[in-house]
Write a protein that binds this ligand. Structure first.
Ligand code: NAD
Length: 314
């Protein structure tokens, strides 16, 4: 089984590395050649275009920063569509627009190939160890074709439903996580201004009803001051924008969503496209002239759980 991987960024690199570490024969491609060097040294094969990848691989995976980048990788000159043929499989692992997912999957089906969406959730530390969660949308047949590769990259794997469903669920979960990140900034600031000890506050929230995955992970790099969560402002803006568009399409008078979108756009304007998403709390730190630093927190998260084979969540 030959697997190709396009998009070797913060999370893509780690997913591709999981395939390599678990014995898959992989080909790799990225617009930025330098992202591939470490994987090439470990045995991955560089290809010169998505078409070359689709010509030589059974499964081609994309993990890219925007729907337009995915469209380019598929529909552009020497794109995947030129090489995909009967029985091959394209897996979209980017967080993307469900309408675009449906449109591209039809083009793939016209080639006799299968399409599956498999966005990931749980952060880069879990992608590093193959412990990230994967939400999957597409036919059962395509899901089963993809399962060995998905089990190598992730741990809990949920078949959500038809194409488009997993992209919606992924955007929903990122809306929730992003909302909680902004709320955590306000919560921690109230505690700091009230003179509470932040490490104690961290433990208190962790054992209380206000706890969340975001608190357990991002609060740590915020209090360290590195803010390094391996996920960037440009991508959060994409995700909260996709969620907001869904509320508009479904005519839901959401109140938090438009505000969240504005907050992250402001963070992106202030700190740049490639600033870590956790830096959103820096807006409040600046407004209050008070930082949220505390001793004893790591500058980057490390997943202590060993690599385990993934499984389908019933
Ligand atoms: P990234 O911005 O760090 O990296 C994107 C990579 O894609 C870059 O190396 C870039 O050179 C490459 N690229 C861009 N356009 C390309 C093209 N047309 N052809 C080939 N390569 C191209 O992104 P990331 O953090 O790895 O995220 C990738 C996707 O996964 C995004 O949709 C993101 O929302 C999603 N995601 C990220 C995380 C995370 O923690 N970083 C977690 C879950 C999901």
């Amino acid at each position: 089984m030959k697997v190709g991987f396009i998009g070797l960024g913060n999370v893509g690199f780690k997913l591709a590395n999981s395939l390599l570490e678990t014995g898959f024969d992989i080909s790799i491609y990225d617009l930025d050649r330098s992202t591939a060097l470490e994987l090439e040294n470990a045995g991955a094969k560089w290809v010169n275009s998505p078409k070359e990848m689709a010509d030589s691989c059974n499964i081609c995976i994309t993990c890219l920063p925007s729907p337009s980048a995915v469209s380019k990788a598929l529909e552009g000159e020497n794109g995947l569509l030129e090489g995909l043929s009967e029985g091959k499989l394209w897996i979209e692992m980017s967080t993307t627009d469900s309408n675009e997912m449906n449109r591209l999957s039809e083009l793939v089906a016209n080639k006799g190939a299968f399409a599956l969406e498999a966005p990931v959730s749980g952060g880069c530390h879990r992608a590093s160890t193959g412990n990230i969660a994967i939400l999957v949308g597409g036919s059962r047949q395509a899901f089963e074709m993809a399962l060995p590769a998905l089990k190598a990259m992730g741990h809990e794997i949920l078949h959500v439903g038809k194409i488009g469903s997993a992209s919606i669920l992924k955007v929903v979960t990122n809306f929730l996580a992003s909302t909680h990140l902004v709320a955590l900034g306000e919560a921690l600031m109230v505690c700091k201004k009230a003179g509470l000890d932040l490490p104690t506050v961290f433990r208190g929230i962790k054992i209380s009803s206000g706890n969340s995955f975001v608190h357990e992970t991002e609060s740590q790099v915020i209090m360290n001051g590195s803010y390094n969560i391996n996920f960037t402002m440009d991508l959060v803006c994409k995700d909260v924008g996709l969620f907001d568009q869904l509320t508009k399409d479904k005519k839901i008078p959401a109140e938090i969503s438009p505000l969240l979108k504005d907050i992250f756009q402001d963070g992106r304007n202030r700190y740049g496209d490639r600033a870590w998403s956790s830096m959103i709390v820096k807006r409040l730190e600046e407004a209050c002239d008070t930082n949220l630093r505390a001793d004893g927190f790591p500058d980057e998260l490390i997943d202590e759980t060993p690599r385990r084979e993934g499984y389908e969540v019933a």
